[in-house]
Design a protein around this ligand. Structure first.
Ligand SMILES: [Zn+2]
Length: 64
């Protein structure tokens, strides 16, 4: 676990989170679990249903 990093930066992650990830259509998403640091976990949560955009992909917390 020591080598684990946040999905979006080099910070140490605080939590593994179930997320949905998509490119264009939120209904056509991939479900996976990713590690996030405190800052990015907050940002993804805040983005809510519209998703947090990062390098052409969108992320939201949860599989629904
Ligand atoms: Zn981060």
């Amino acid at each position: 676990m020591a080598l684990q990093r946040c999905e979006f930066c080099t910070a140490h992650p605080i939590q593994e989170v179930a997320v949905s990830r998509w490119v264009r259509d939120p209904d056509d998403c991939e479900r996976l679990t990713l590690w996030f640091c405190a800052k990015h976990l907050q940002r993804v949560k805040k983005a809510g249903q519209k998703g947090f955009a990062h390098r052409g992909l969108f992320y939201k917390v949860g599989f629904w």
